[in-house]
Design a protein around this ligand. Structure first.
Ligand SMILES: Cc1ncc(COP(=O)(O)O)c(C=O)c1O
Length: 456
């Protein structure tokens, strides 16, 4: 599409199969959210008109992926589908030892059980929550080392997903042999899907190689990250996406990957390494929890879909549309009066509920109130990423994640219109109070109630 002469960036696909979405009256949505304890996780999906809860496993597979499913070889060991999966991951990463897993956190758990343990330390630009939970479960310490700009929601700086290299060097020196491994999460989900620069990956690689510390990439959004590098990092503009992706993996020693993001599948993941010694341990652990190493908790047909999806996500027309449509969404929300974290990342927009609902104190859960408002007024489901999810959080956000190839620009325009309706009532939105909460990961199952009325 580099020869495309027009300004409008269109969805680079046409639609062959469709799925109806439900339309409820506001009174029906009120009944549904009350029954869900004012927690959007408790909603039944068939009461949600536009579901932006996550971009994980919610994308639309292509005709090529659906037809690849039919090629699935369900042999227990050594299936053709495994060989296709392995070839695709090797083409992408260059790694020698490649294992399928059922999703990203399974790869994290295998690492936690084989390479980690009490007294060890793992350094990351920012641990995603499942990574942190697996590291901590093993008894290791999980340290986040984001660059300071990551905490500034209004700064338009590029590559806010980078790791703080000076802090990394200090941590490596301070913790010495206790550092079991270093991760770069790309894109950096926990700070808003912000990309990581190649210069930063190279810097991390240099520091780790000098000390013989294993360096892995959490590669859930490897293709979106490469697009930001090509667009914004000096020296990379003319480098093809596939070459950028490969260069990043070349700088590391292995990767974990949830294929439910840039693999554009409904289930699947990858664990890969260059080290034969690590691979031996991974293989044995994988057999205990996932299955035989040539299927790793997946059906042969799933492996086929991953092999195709990994290549499709590197298509430049797709990536241009993907990143531009997320930016369009963010621009529309801002124009509608909702502040969003800048710059928008690849997979989601993060609305600043703390700023929008500044009349509410943090313990009145402004993020939970805004998430409830999007459902109540428009049937739109996002997720609070603030005090409810992370008690003590610095930012009070609501994330609207964008499933891949699933919603059209008209759907996004509709959500923007709902946002305008909410912005006009922002000062009257009530706070929320927790009625009941579990001892950990409370955002999933807590029940809430508004401390006042949502205006009409
Ligand atoms: C950066 C990152 N790492 C790991 C995971 C875990 O992957 P999964 O949900 O497939 O277990 C996710 C999922 O959202 C993620 O965003």
């Amino acid at each position: 599409m580099s020869v495309w002469p027009f300004r409008t960036i269109i969805e680079p696909f046409r639609i062959k199969a469709v799925e109806p979405i439900p339309f409820l009256a506001q009174s029906e949505r009120r009944t549904a959210i009350e029954a869900a304890g004012w927690n959007v996780f408790g909603l039944s999906a068939d009461t949600v008109t536009i579901d932006l809860l996550t971009d994980s496993g919610t994308g639309a597979m292509s005709a090529a992926q659906w037809s690849a499913l039919m090629q699935g070889d369900e042999s227990y060991a050594g299936s053709r589908s495994f060989h296709r999966f392995e070839a695709a991951v090797r083409e992408l990463t260059g790694y020698e030892f490649i294992f399928p897993v059922h999703q990203g956190r399974a790869a994290e758990r295998i690492i936690a059980r084989t390479l980690l343990g009490p007294g060890k330390v793992v350094l990351n630009n920012t641990h995603f929550d499942t990574t942190r939970a697996n590291v901590e479960q093993s008894g290791s310490l999980a340290l986040d080392l984001p660059v300071p700009e990551a905490a500034n929601a209004t700064s338009h700086a590029r590559f806010k997903g980078d790791m703080d290299l000076a802090a990394l060097e200090t941590a490596l020196d301070h913790h010495g042999d206790n550092v079991a491994m270093v991760f770069i999460t790309m894109t950096n989900n926990a700070v808003g899907g912000q990309p990581v620069s190649m210069a930063n990956v190279a810097g991390v690689s240099r520091l780790c190689r000098a000390r013989n510390v294993p360096f892995f990439i959490d590669a859930a959004r490897f293709a979106e990250n490469a697009w930001f590098v090509q667009r914004d990092e000096p020296g990379w503009h003319d480098v093809p996406i596939k070459a950028i992706v490969r260069r990043a993996f070349d700088l590391a020693d292995g990767c974990t990957m949830s294929a439910k993001k840039d693999g554009i599948v409904h289930i699947g993941g990858v664990l890969a390494t260059r080290s034969a010694a690590q691979a031996e341990r991974f293989r044995n652990e994988l057999i205990l929890g996932e299955g035989y190493p040539s299927y790793g908790g997946l059906a042969g047909r799933d492996l086929e879909a991953v092999a195709v999806g990994l290549m499709e996500s590197m298509d430049e027309d797709y990536l241009r549309y993907r990143v531009r449509s997320t930016a369009y969404f963010a621009e529309g929300l801002e124009q509608a009066g909702i502040p969003v974290v800048q710059p928008p990342g690849g997979h989601a927009v993060y609305m600043d509920a703390g700023r929008l609902l500044s009349h509410l104190a943090l313990d009145a859960l402004p993020g939970a109130s805004l998430a409830a408002a999007f459902y109540l007024y428009g049937g739109v489901r996002g997720v609070e990423v603030g005090t409810l999810m992370f008690p003590g959080a610095r930012l009070e956000l609501v994330r609207l994640a964008v499933p891949r190839r699933t919603y059209t620009q008209a759907h996004v325009d509709y959500v923007i219109e709902v946002a305008g309706h909410i912005a006009a009532r922002a000062k009257d939105l009530p706070g929320m109070r927790i009625v009941r909460q579990p001892p950990f990961l409370r955002h999933f199952t807590a029940t809430l109630e508004p401390t006042g009325h949502f205006p009409d």
